[in-house]
Structures are given as structure tokens and as C-alpha cells.
Write a protein that binds this ligand. Structure first.
Ligand SMILES: Nc1ncnc2c1ncn2[C@@H]1O[C@H](COP(=O)(O)OP(=O)(O)OP(=O)(O)O)[C@@H](O)[C@H]1O
Length: 229
């Protein structure tokens, strides 16, 4: 579904990412792990055509992401606050994003009811997105990425800043989406979460993929050894 060809991103003299070839197949649920600065966000940003590669390219369904807008209609994503609109209320934001995907106010109401354990509306009432806590902003972005019922979902550190019950809800939700056939790519610093939900783990070190493995009972221990914890 997604393929990377000789992809490099260089900042000054620093190689932020260098991946010769990577295939992410339909229905893969990939977890990207690595130390701070390893290149996780750079890789996700390149896949989403948010930054220009120094070399190489990315395809989605065999079409270069930099040459086409087609992939945008079947790809949901949330990397950071820059994906939000701070002066809107959460509902206004969902309605705006929903309108881009042909959804009306009633559809948004149903969507929020379906996800009400994650998005407890009372906690958000009367506030603009700019006034929300980091975790609640994260929830808005994650939910908005689900709105188009994407075939591919790309999330950068989705568990960060979430309270334990929201983390648990999100794990179940992502597993359910994966079971429905959605191709998922997430980054995370939480090795337990990522090995629990993902069926494939990519370990990045200094911009290079140093491990690409299917998740097994040993994966968590191996990763803990790698990170020396
Ligand atoms: N705009 C930029 N200008 C210069 N260097 C950058 C820029 N963006 C990223 N980098 C560098 O590229 C490298 C990879 O950064 P990246 O944000 O992809 O890491 P990461 O794995 O997502 O880290 P973290 O876990 O801290 O979020 C880092 O050394 C970072 O300093």
C-alpha cells in the first residue's frame, strides 16, 4: 500500500532519515519506535508529503504521494497540533473536517456518540481548541483522523498525554480498525502499548531502520533490552 524508495531527508549535515526500501502492506499495523531524534516524525511527515525528501520518494497504492492528491481521500492522519484549528470549538472542527468528507451535523453527532467514551463532550463544552489541555487536543486530532473512515491511518505518538482509560480505549479502537482492514502506522515511546497492538515493529536509530520484525511474545523484551530498561 505504501512503499518507500531510497528515501533520504538531510538537514544541514545531519541525516534525519535514510531508508532504502520499505513496504507497508494492506492491513499491516506498524509501530515505529526509536529514541528522541531517531527520525520517526520525519518518516511519517515524508509519507504524508508534509516535507520534501532530499532524495527518493514514497508511493501510496503505487502512486507517488508528491505527484497526486488521490491518497489524501483514503488516508487519515494526525501528527501534531498543526493539524488542528485553534480558534474553533471541537464540534466546529469536527463539522469542518466532516464537511470535507461529505458528512453533515447529524453524522458528526452520531460519530461523537459512537466515540463518547473517548470524547466526553461535557469536558470540552464552551472551550475553543486552543484552550484545551495537551491530551484533549490529542484526542480531537485522533478522532478527526477517523472521520473519513480511512483505509490508511497514520498517527504520531497517539498515546502521549492521554489518561489511562483513554489509552485503553484507543488501543481497543485501533485494534478494531485493524481487524476491519485499515492499514495503520503509529509511532510511540510506549513499548508496551506498541507491542500490544501492532503486528509489526520498525526500530529506527539515527535515521536508519535497524530492526523490522513481526511482533511476537519476545518483542517487548528485545526492545526493552535495546533501550536498556
Ligand atoms: N526542521 C528541522 N530542521 C533541522 N533538523 C530537524 C528538523 N526536523 C527534524 N530535525 C532533526 O531530524 C532528526 C529526526 O527528528 P525527528 O523529529 O524525526 O525524530 P523523532 O524520532 O520523531 O524524535 P522524538 O521521539 O523526539 O519525537 C533530529 O535530529 C532532529 O533534530
Amino acid at each position: 500500500m505504501i512503499e518507500i524508495f531510497n528515501l533520504q531527508k538531510v538537514y544541514g549535515t545531519q541525516m534525519a532519515l535514510s531508508v532504502d526500501n520499505l513496504k507497508i502492506a494492506k492491513n499491516d499495523f506498524v509501530g515505529l519506535v526509536g529514541n528522541n531524534g531517531a527520525g520517526k516524525t520525519t518518516m511519517l511527515s515524508l509519507i504524508l508529503d508534509l516535507i520534501e525528501p532530499t532524495k527518493g520518494y514514497v508511493t501510496s497504492k503505487l502512486i507517488k504521494v508528491s505527484d497526486s492528491d488521490e491518497w489524501k481521500s483514503y488516508t487519515g492522519s494526525f501528527l501534531n497540533e498543526g493539524f488542528l484549528i485553534p480558534f474553533l470549538s471541537p464540534i466546529e472542527f469536527f463539522e469542518f473536517i466532516g464537511s470535507l468528507h461529505g458528512k453533515n451535523s447529524a453524522d458528526i453527532k452520531d460519530f461523537l456518540e459512537e466515540n463518547e467514551q473517548f470524547f466526553k463532550q461535557d469536558a470540552f463544552s464552551g472551550k475553543y481548541i486552543r484552550e484545551l489541555s495537551a491530551g484533549n487536543k490529542n484526542k480531537i486530532g485522533i478522532l478527526a483522523s477517523f472521520l473519513s473512515k480511512p483505509e490508511i491511518l497514520i498517527l504520531d505518538e497517539p498515546f502521549s498525554n492521554l489518561d489511562p482509560s483513554s489509552q485503553s480505549w484507543l488501543k481497543s479502537k485501533l485494534k478494531a480498525l485493524s481487524n476491519e482492514g485499515v492499514t495503520i502506522l503509529i509511532s510511540s515511546h510506549d513499548l508496551k502499548h506498541v507491542t500490544e497492538v501492532c503486528n509489526r515493529i520498525l526500530l529506527l536509530e539515527d535515521g536508519h531502520i535497524v530492526k523490522d520484525t513481526n511482533t511476537s511474545n519476545e518483542t517487548l523484551i528485545e526492545l526493552e533490552q535495546y533501550f536498556d530498561i
